[in-house]
Design a protein around this ligand. Structure first.
Ligand SMILES: Nc1ncnc2c1ncn2[C@@H]1O[C@H](COP(=O)(O)OP(=O)(O)OP(=O)(O)O)[C@@H](O)[C@H]1O
Ligand SMILES: [Mg+2]
Length: 274
């Protein structure tokens, strides 16, 4: 199922590097016993690019994210990632230590349920600082200072740095999760319904914040959403899933303005509630 020869450790010059995909998903398939999670999902993501994954409930969106993040064992397929040193590696053959470092530093994962993405018993500052320590920061004062500046950046009053997220609102928790994930300057962030479950006004602000951060940091992101407006606002490319398969993908504006598949046409005309 997985070839050892997929690892390309060839050194290439910068210009060439910029044209290589950051992430390649190749035939990702997940069966939960006899229940299909997703099947044969393939795409490429380039540095700085935002891909939206849309589709109805149960279409396989979260399964796909979990496969990418190594949180679920895949039935078949492979994920290739261009590491910071320029080498594209098959994630399946990283050592456990390499994988952990990658997911803690170069990747972020913003969970739909912030209580799963945060350490609820740890202070806001600790939630952010922990990721810095994972990349080698040791100086307490510097960590605290950086955490404060990130709280400020995601519009949380830095004075609340010693409170745990339990005393935060849903929107604040989501923003704290974003700070925790972005503080290590990851190159890729996976987000599962980042604005789900929030008031419409809170959603709009969070979305605006996300859009600015993604732009400022030049992040690549994969954003699962059932809100086409979120996809329109954040992404350059979109992938439409149904029944575990990708049924249409392309540039977001093109797909949303001129959907080819009947299902996508229904989605766009809002006949189907997603
Ligand atoms: N742990 C599991 N065991 C068995 N089946 C599962 C499991 N997790 C997901 N599935 C099934 O896999 C399919 C895809 O589910 P998934 O959670 O990926 O959908 P989704 O697109 O994220 O849906 P939603 O929008 O509701 O979050 C569904 O049929 C679901 O029932
Ligand atoms: Mg889901």
């Amino acid at each position: 199922m997985l070839d050892a020869d997929v690892i390309t450790r060839t050194r290439i010059d910068e210009a060439e590097l910029a044209e290589e995909p950051l992430l390649i998903a190749d035939g990702l398939t997940k069966w939960y016993g006899r229940q299909l999670g997703c099947r044969d999902v393939s795409f490429e993501l380039y540095a700085g690019e935002v891909l939206a994954v849309v589709g109805e409930s149960g279409s396989g969106k979260s399964t796909l994210l979990q496969l990418l993040a190594g949180q679920l064992a895949m039935s078949s397929g492979r994920v290739l990632y261009r590491m910071r040193d320029g080498a594209t590696r098959d994630l399946a053959i990283l050592t456990e230590a390499e994988r952990r470092l990658l997911f803690r530093t170069d990747w972020g994962f913003v969970q739909q349920d912030a209580t799963l993405g945060l350490r609820m018993g740890v202070s806001a500052g600790g939630n952010v600082g922990e990721r810095l320590m994972a990349v080698g920061w040791r100086h307490y004062g510097q960590i605290r200072h950086e955490a404060e500046s990130w709280l400020d950046r995601v519009e949380i009053d830095p004075e609340r740095i010693d409170e745990t997220p339990r005393s935060f609102s849903g929107g604040m928790r989501q923003r704290l999760q974003i700070a925790r994930n972005l503080v290590t300057a990851p190159r890729l962030v996976l987000m599962d319904e980042p604005t789900g479950g929030l008031d419409v006004s809170v959603q709009a602000r969070l979305l605006d914040l996300l859009r600015r951060l993604v732009q400022d940091l030049g992040l690549a992101a994969i954003v699962v959403t059932h809100d086409l407006a979120v996809a329109r606002l954040l992404s350059q490319r979109i992938m439409v899933m149904k029944g575990g398969r990708v049924i249409e993908q392309g540039l977001t504006d093109q797909v949303l303005d001129d959907p080819q598949q009947p299902y996508t046409q229904l989605l766009v005309s809002s006949v189907v509630p997603v």
